[in-house]
Design a protein around this ligand. Sequence first.
Ligand SMILES: NC(=O)c1ccc[n+]([C@@H]2O[C@H](COP(=O)([O-])OP(=O)(O)OC[C@H]3O[C@@H](n4cnc5c(N)ncnc54)[C@H](OP(=O)(O)O)[C@@H]3O)[C@@H](O)[C@H]2O)c1
Length: 664
Amino acid sequence: MDWKGFQTGKRRRVPLPTYPFQRRRFWIDPAPRDSSLSTNAPTKIPKSPNVAEWFWTPSWKLANTLAGSPSFQSSGLWMVFSNGADTGTELIARLKQEKQEVVTVMKGTVFARLREDLYTIAEKADYQRLFASLVDINQRPINIVHLWSLADAPAHVGNKAELFQHYQEDGLYALLDLLQTMAVDKSGVSRRVWVVTNNSVMVENSDSIIPEKSGLLMLCKIAPQEMDWLSCSVIDMAGAYDDSVNMIAGRILRELAAGQMHSIVAYRGRNRWLQCFERSQLSAGNPVRKLPFGGVFLVTGGLGAVPLLIEKHLASTVKAKFVLLGRTLLPARDLWPDIAGQNGHPHEKQARSLLDLEAKGSEIEIVQGDVTNVEDMRFAVDLCYQRFGRLDGVIHAAGVTIGPTVFCAIADLHRDAFAVQARPKVQGLQILEEVLREKDVPFVMALSSNASVLGGLGFSAYAAANSFMDSFVAEISTRSTRTAWISSNWDHWPQETKRMTQYRTTLDDYAMTDREALDAVDRVLANFEAGQIIIATGNLEQRAQLWVQRDFSSPHGKTTAIQNAHKEPRPVLKSVYVPPRNEIESQLVKIWEEFLGIQKIGTHDDFFELGGHSLLATKLVSEIRAVMNVELPLAKLFEGPTISKIAEALDPSTGFPKQTVLQA
Ligand SMILES: NC(=O)c1ccc[n+]([C@@H]2O[C@H](COP(=O)([O-])OP(=O)(O)OC[C@H]3O[C@@H](n4cnc5c(N)ncnc54)[C@H](OP(=O)(O)O)[C@@H]3O)[C@@H](O)[C@H]2O)c1
């Protein structure tokens, strides 16, 4: 400080505005005690404005092998779902040798307790009987190992549909029944689930994978996102190695004893692999580089919002011609101009878009058909050749993007939801492959979602169907020489095409603009050869770390719900403060205040504006369920993220509509 200079010259007192102490604390939490949650994990990963940074491919990195004899830290009952195969028998014996208490559960024709530590189950209700029977003898399974998907295709299963159903029954549906049973168990204990599979992921090019198992992996990814008391890990083995039962059981055993659980660990021989993602450089591309001018494209689900955007783009750039297939009957061509002018007509937007395509010089054929119907698909493919003389590519966009099957928490999900989602993306893709098998089609691009990479609350059924497409494409890419199969996992498309959920979600932050989305389409079509390409507008590695490894902190740097006695004052919000008006609202205010660490929350205050995000939403709903002893579907919080809306839903006189009608 230059005091001399300060003393010389003219001095004047300038009154500054007073600044009162606000008595607000800006608390910095101590590091979390759980070492698996890193303190410097970003809480919010921003969208990148640079489209060039959006492309990723799935990859695997070699991890340290787990050596030596396992040492089990945790106590608690082990429940092993065995299919009677040698690996399960060996694993159970080894767990017992390690002084672990084990109950074995096998598939049978009825529920039965065959021995003190051996049960059979036959149907969903048996899971409840199983847990109740254990509670009766004062036992509660903490560690669950599911081995029913560690199996090859049985010899008696015939066609693709039967095979798919078989794998769902033993894998996805069995795990769904188990998770739903545990979800209603209000014991509050943390549980760990390991699902052991074989050939469910492609690590090495020589892997022969079973895409039908991929849905199970999605349930394992999303269940811990929705249920914060649960950790879940998939251990995938491969049959192509000369490994003994003893070696495989030993590897599984060491995974069970390891402190850290990974979303997925794959063993190929003695190599232990963890999934990661690698950036893919796709330069700005002009579709003309790869697509012929005046080319002919078949688009399944071609009258949907996203495909219409892509078609418009291809019409503008390469003057493409189209055969568009969808189930809904479109009014006759001569009615389009009239419909396009009718505000609110169900086909207004489609009619306008199709007229626009024609105005750009495109020729269009519309086929009313279903991708799950092989005759419809043959007809559509043949039409390309008959009408236009060629077929230059297929975009498989058919999908169910609205309705209760798209957004539904695991606790409320019905098996039918998986079947509805599977129709266009599982059976539809299989049929597409069948009808194209003998044709020389340069490429097929399936529009998948990055829900199959990152999961997402309520997305189990949707992610399972998309994940099948990813695996199917990975598998077929290893043997298809005629056609380049691409599975493109997209982030949210521009807002106006977004009907997937009417709810506000974290994914909204990652939505693309029209221009960005079409830039990305060009880059994929012009540069990408074949396989799976993930389009993630925010850093995918970090998002996977946050969402899949669940390495997250809450909005204000707190690791989970706030357990601090201190609370922040209510921030400035769009809503006017309205105090609770009845007992239910008062109870909810108390829970929200404790949970978010904010004082004086009003009944119309928005959970997301208060700093909540999707992962906290799961925790809040669990908290409300536990404290108030009520049923509250997760979707309710997204439909109306305020205390008044939740209170309305909880009012016993209103009750809940149960989700039973699941139609596409
Ligand atoms: N929108 C997004 O943000 C987003 C993000 C990632 C991925 N995607 C994927 O992109 C694709 C298009 O999405 P979108 O938002 O445009 O959805 P959309 O508007 O609902 O379009 C999907 C179309 O698929 C058709 N379809 C459904 N089942 C069918 C079947 N069995 N056979 C034939 N057509 C069928 C539907 O028409 P009918 O009901 O008349 O058959 C609908 O027009 C979907 O596969 C979606 O999963 C979308």
